[in-house]
Design a binder for this molecule. Sequence first.
Ligand code: FES
Length: 181
Amino acid sequence: MNGDRVNQIIDAYGGDRTSTLAMLQDIQREYNYLPREALELIARRLELPPGHVYQMATFFKAFSLSPKGEHICKVCLGTACHVKGGAIILEALEREFKVKSGSTTADGKLSVEGVRCLGACALAPIVVVDDEPHGQMSSDTSIKLVQEVVSGQVAKAPAPAEVKPAVVRAAVDLSAVPPAG
Ligand code: FES
């Protein structure tokens, strides 16, 4: 982990404790997970109990405390997506890429996981690859999409703030992903 980069993120928010969540989001985006050293650095810089920062990091499902793959594929397993085959898609991806849900391929290229309702049930079933949501997917279209992304045929989506509005993106508000629990 690059401590300078984490310090830059903290400085970007003026070291303000009320922006701790935003700092964690930026660090998650930067590293695809929250390194323990980053949490400790935030706690030190903001003069917060380390346990407080750790609690925030574990409360939200969108955060991960373990390293993720270069690309992340999330399959919605909410009720609407489940009814339309979400679980079947997830199983197909697990088989195709030889990875269990919630883990990462041996080469570190891809993490696959099932997630709760993303709030765009009309487009079920939904698959999100590198924060880019795709609606009305099937096992075949999901495998093809992930193959293209992992092989570099499809560019990784830019950070959400840089993305221009699109029909599907407008329908799926990833910032509204509910907390774990
Ligand atoms: S159940 Fe998948 S978006 Fe709602």
